[in-house]
Design a binder for this molecule. Structure first.
Ligand code: GLU
Length: 278
């Protein structure tokens, strides 16, 4: 009897708690409305990841992801200049998104089931594969050859995770930025550097003494990340619609041609596309 009373009492107290709204999480304002009222988008991008987000010799931030952010700002706010960029790294980008420091991440970010637990992803806008970069003439031919060898990764990336999976005996050298990782490779602190083929191609273009091995170990989709919350429901719909439109009208292929030409040799840029992406 005493037990039943106790349970009933618990149910009553719980109902009062719910009715009073005491258990309610704080509702965040609708993100799309916040962005429109603020008048600009705040986008987390890479500054060290050529050709997606990098600072050139004249100190200008540019790349595929930067162009995509400007196109999205134009679609949402009517002006491609209404965007503020903030530098993010793989190890801190999710924290910056979830703290509200940035509205979106457009940062060479692969969709993974683990990340889907903590952020909301758009549809994919670009496909990459994990590759290995080595100095010309290296004896390394496959990822399995990296077992027992020092290999560079950038911390918090899918490259780090996959290396530990595909070459569990590799001696992993982790860096926070791509610049530091590539410097370590040039200084011969490791046998190889592994990450997305597109990112490695940015270095290989500038430093022909390094080559990217032909094999790819994954197929990964880059997507735009938003906070995982009802506050981004309408923003996420808009972003997906925009990406669909950019796929349909050829803008995404044009961006690929502009920034990663080795992957789109056969693509002929129409005049309209040239105008759209400048
Ligand atoms: N796309 C990979 C990832 O999301 C590597 C590049 C990066 O992190 O920026 O982990």
């Amino acid at each position: 009897m005493f037990m039943i009373k106790k349970i009933l009492c618990g149910i009553v107290l719980f109902s009062v708690f719910i009715l009073c709204g005491c258990g309610k999480k704080e509702e965040l304002p609708d993100k799309l409305t916040v962005i429109k009222e603020r008048g600009h988008l705040i986008v987390g991008v890479k500054y060290d990841t050529k050709p997606f987000g990098f600072v050139d010799r004249d100190n200008v931030l540019k790349g595929y992801d930067i162009d995509l952010a400007r196109i999205i700002a134009k679609k949402i706010l009517g002006n491609e200049k209404q965007v503020v960029f903030k530098q993010v790294y793989p190890h801190n980008r999710i924290a910056k998104l979830n703290s509200g420091e940035v509205d979106l991440l457009i940062a060479t970010m692969t969709i993974t089931p683990q990340r889907e637990e903590v952020v909301r992803f758009s549809k994919p806008y670009y496909t990459v594969g994990q590759a290995i970069m080595v100095p010309q003439g290296s004896p390394v031919e496959t990822i399995a050859n990296l077992n027992g060898k020092r290999t560079i990764v950038v911390l918090g990336t899918t490259g780090e995770k996959n290396l530990r999976r595909f070459a569990p005996e590799a001696r992993v050298l982790g860096y926070k930025t791509y610049e530091e990782g590539f410097r370590a490779l040039r200084e011969k602190r490791a046998m190889a550097f592994t990450t997305d083929d597109t990112i490695l191609s940015g270095f290989a273009q500038d430093y022909p003494e390094f080559v990217i091995l032909p094999q790819r170990y994954t197929k990964e989709g880059y997507a735009i990340a938003m906070k995982k919350s009802h506050s981004t429901d309408s923003l996420a719909i808009d972003i997906d619609n925009i990406l669909e439109e950019l796929t349909r009208d050829g803008t995404l292929v044009a961006l690929k041609h502009k920034w990663v030409p080795s992957e789109s040799d056969k693509f002929i840029l129409s005049k309209r596309m040239k105008r759209q992406i400048k």
